[in-house]
Write a protein that binds this ligand. Structure first.
Ligand code: PLP
Length: 405
């Protein structure tokens, strides 16, 4: 098939704007008129330093990152951050409270889906502190085992002085996302619960919603991280926004008994070297800068927020019709539904198979649900245009017409 015939609804790595990919191909051969391609140039050259500065500026200005926070570029994907966050934040806590035992050092996890479950498991595995599950969506689901909701605020049991409070804005596998609404909305993140703590060590995994809409209370976060391969660029790059007080001397913490932190994972190492401690994922950074520049030229984050809002509204509206007609069943409760990953089931497995096969034959690709939960998942990242969503919605409506009498 030709690229023009296909819409890639994959969950990540996902579609990127074609014009950006064309531009990136030029830079692969000859970056910025240097006569050397971006994968061949020195990461210590002034051209690459300028690229790093530009990428940082594009993140900073669009998300309005305050001067209290640094923007860092790391490797290892979102999964490496499951470990880095724990190691760095336990080191910070050790420096603040050297007298506490591992049992008294608590890490708070809000478990709303497969990715936070995994992150909490990694925290338990690394040790050095105890994991407290602040709230777990499964306990609030009808069957007691599904990630299909944001837990009610009353259920959140935060610890008094945790080493970190961890949440994931958008659960990519389950399609569960905190509502983008005032914080008294029952499914928004309850930032008001943090107001009794000074500098609450809030950590947000924004891997699959980064740059899709502004980040509420960004300045109140200790760490925000996001793998690039959904809205931003190719896999290999992880973007971090870290508050200055979380850039701690991990060796000093180790002398007090904290687990030693590999230097490549220590946020202070990254910050002290402007993310150039070792060779960074240069190609991914290059494409990410092109994507973010393209985004800025097309109106920036607020324009994309409005566009992403309309896209998901149209898709959920068509699926709700399908629910009314008994053809589809939305997996996630109203109010907790993701803008980026629309997750649903067919009334029967045969309907699911037919939907996927029929979509595939018309170029609507990569809509199969995650292997752990099955069903259908349609990802609507930034590169999916409104015209493509209209094509999808027409397909859904035609499918419904064929399956209702
Ligand atoms: N967090 C979220 C929300 C994700 O969607 C993913 C991957 O899809 C990860 C973390 C893990 O990212 P990676 O595969 O880059 O390690």
């Amino acid at each position: 098939m030709e690229r023009s015939q296909v819409i890639n609804f994959g969950p990540g790595p996902s579609a990127l704007p074609e014009s950006v990919l064309e531009e990136a191909t030029k830079g692969l051969i000859n970056y910025n008129g240097t006569g050397i391609g971006i994968t061949e140039i020195s990461h210590r050259s002034k051209d690459f330093a300028a690229l790093t500065a530009k990428l940082e500026e594009l993140v900073r200005t669009q998300l309005e990152v305050p001067s209290t926070h640094v923007v860092l570029f790391a490797q290892g994907g979102g999964s490496a951050q499951f470990s880095s966050v724990v190691l760095n934040m336990l080191a910070r806590h050790r420096l603040l409270h050297p007298e506490l035992s591992d049992e008294q050092r608590v890490m708070d996890y809000v478990v709303t889906g497969s990715w936070t479950k995994k992150a909490a498991e990694e925290a338990r595995r690394l040790g050095g502190g105890r994991v407290n599950v602040v709230a777990d969506s499964r306990e609030h689901s009808a069957d007691g085992k599904s990630f299909d909701n944001i837990p009610p605020h009353e259920a959140f049991k935060l610890s008094p002085d945790p080493a970190l409070i961890y949440y994931c804005d958008n659960e990519t596998v389950d399609g569960v996302q905190f509502a983008y609404a005032a914080e008294d909305s029952p499914t928004a993140f309850p930032f008001h619960l943090l107001k009794n703590q000074t500098l609450p060590p809030l950590v947000g995994d924004y891997s699959s919603s980064f740059m899709s809409r502004p980040i509420p209370h960004l300045a109140d976060h200790a760490i925000i991280f996001a793998g690039a391969q959904k809205n931003i660029g190719p896999a290999g790059l992880t973007i971090l926004i870290v508050r200055n007080d979380c850039l701690v001397d991990v060796d000093a913490a180790a002398k007090l008994g904290a687990t030693p932190v590999p230097l490549t994972m220590a946020y202070k190492t990254l910050a002290d070297s402007t993310s150039l401690y070792n060779t960074p994922p240069m190609f991914s950074m290059y494409v990410s800068a092109l994507v973010l520049e393209n985004m800025k030229n097309r109106g920036g984050l607020n324009t994309f927020e409005a566009m992403n809002r309309r896209k998901q509204e149209k898709v959920y509206a068509a699926l709700k019709d399908g629910e009314g007609k008994g053809v589809f069943r939305l997996r996630v409760r109203d109010g907790s539904r993701s803008w980026m990953n629309v997750v649903f089931r067919g009334a029967t497995e045969d309907i699911e198979k037919e939907f996927l096969a029929s979509g595939e034959s018309q170029g609507l690709k990569a809509m199969k649900g995650h292997r752990s939960i099955g069903g259908i998942r349609i990802s609507l990242y930034n590169a999916i245009t409104e015209e493509q969503v209209d094509r999808l919605v027409a397909f859904i409506r035609e499918f419904l017409a064929q399956h209702t009498t």
